[in-house]
Design a protein around this ligand. Structure first.
Ligand code: TYM
Length: 327
């Protein structure tokens, strides 16, 4: 039986990288046997400072975005992480099985450490343990994520093994599911990933950007001095990123897209890609706007989702308690 779990941080409207790296697969995996849970991970988001009012809106914005992208609360369980207290409880248990050196080289911590010179909270350091708890709490078997989450997933696998060894077979070893477009690059710097926290305004395309914004961002996308459409991520990361995006939003292969675009100059090609992205996201954008206006509905979806998640989480956590000797 397959049990799917994944999460997204409530730090604003999701972007093209979230969509192509994860959300598209989330939608496809719904309605399977077993369970499918998707969580808006607000506990993870407070590992760096958040404004309370903005966090509250962000949770609802992300809920609206997920539903607009095709997450159906009837076919999957959509919930807010902090509403299911077992996430934090299991996090503590798993934290007691995790060594400090094992966490030191994981991405979230390394990134902050290099950005802010040794600042960073205990919560940020323990971030990957909470992520392992999210996954293991539902005895998940499959975790659809982008490439940037692989190291976190390896920690979840290690943690499951350590727990099983100490307390008996409890958790399956969760497997990552990577989409074809496992890493969408920044439009301003095709050697780094597209990210919500990128301060450069033109680097990140949100799924609710207006057609004009999308055209501008692609027009300004950093490429190279060869004016030709080829797919060569090593030597031509900029154009290759555009090709990968183009293929993904039109549901074609990279080869098909390159073949079709033979003879186009890069400037013309950017226009083609922008239009394809606009076409893909126009209906989603309209739907997000409609849903955002109905906070009551979104809150209802989340609290119903939390009830269903809690039912499952509490069964597993009871087993954990028993195995540890708490009850
Ligand atoms: P987050 O919120 O940063 O991103 C959500 C999902 O989007 C993927 N993603 C990308 N994929 C391709 N290209 C990109 N440029 C790109 N940027 C983001 C991420 O890989 C992710 O799948 N730690 C997680 C949230 C989390 C989680 C979990 C995930 C918490 N608990 C349990 C899976 C299972 C995160 O910060 O994702």
């Amino acid at each position: 039986e397959e049990r799917v779990f994944s999460g997204i941080q409530p730090t604003g409207i999701p972007h093209l990288g979230n969509y192509l790296g994860a959300l598209e697969s989330w939608v496809r995996l719904q309605g399977q046997h077993g369970s499918v849970l998707y969580s808006i991970v607000d506990l993870h988001s407070i590992t760096v400072p958040q404004d309370p009012a903005r966090l509250r809106t962000s949770v609802l914005d992300v809920a609206a975005s997920l539903i607009a992208c095709g997450i159906d609360p009837e076919r999957s369980i959509l919930f807010q992480q902090s509403q299911v207290s077992e996430h934090t409880e299991l996090c503590w248990v798993l934290g007691c099985l995790t060594s400090i050196p094992r966490l030191r080289h994981l991405p979230q911590w390394k990134q902050t450490k290099s950005n802010r010179k040794n600042e960073g909270s205990v919560g940020l350091f323990a971030y990957p343990i909470l992520q392992a708890a999210d996954i293991l709490l539902y005895k998940s078997t499959h975790v659809p994520v982008g490439e940037d989450q692989i190291q976190h997933l390896e920690l979840a696998q290690d943690t499951a093994r350590i727990f099983n060894q100490k307390y008996g077979d409890c958790f399956p070893i969760p497997q990552p599911l990577l989409s074809v477009t496992r890493k969408v690059k920044s439009l301003r710097d095709p050697t780094s990933k597209m990210s919500k926290s990128d301060p450069r305004k033109l680097a990140t395309v949100n799924i609710t950007d207006t057609p004009d914004d999308i055209r501008l961002k692609f027009r300004k996308a950093v490429t190279d001095f060869t004016s030709e459409v080829t797919f060569d991520p090593e030597n031509r990361p900029g154009v290759s990123n555009l090709v990968a995006i183009h293929a993904a939003v039109t549901g074609q292969t990279v080869e098909e897209v390159v073949h079709q675009s033979e003879g186009l100059e890069t400037a013309q090609y950017k226009h083609v890609v922008a239009e394809a992205v606009i076409q893909k996201f126009s209906p989603i954008r309209a739907e997000v706007q409609r849903l955002r206006a109905d906070a009551g509905y979104l809150e209802k979806v989340l609290s119903r989702g939390a009830e269903k998640a809690k039912e499952r989480a509490s069964v597993v956590y009871q087993e954990v308690r028993r195995r540890i000797g708490f009850s």
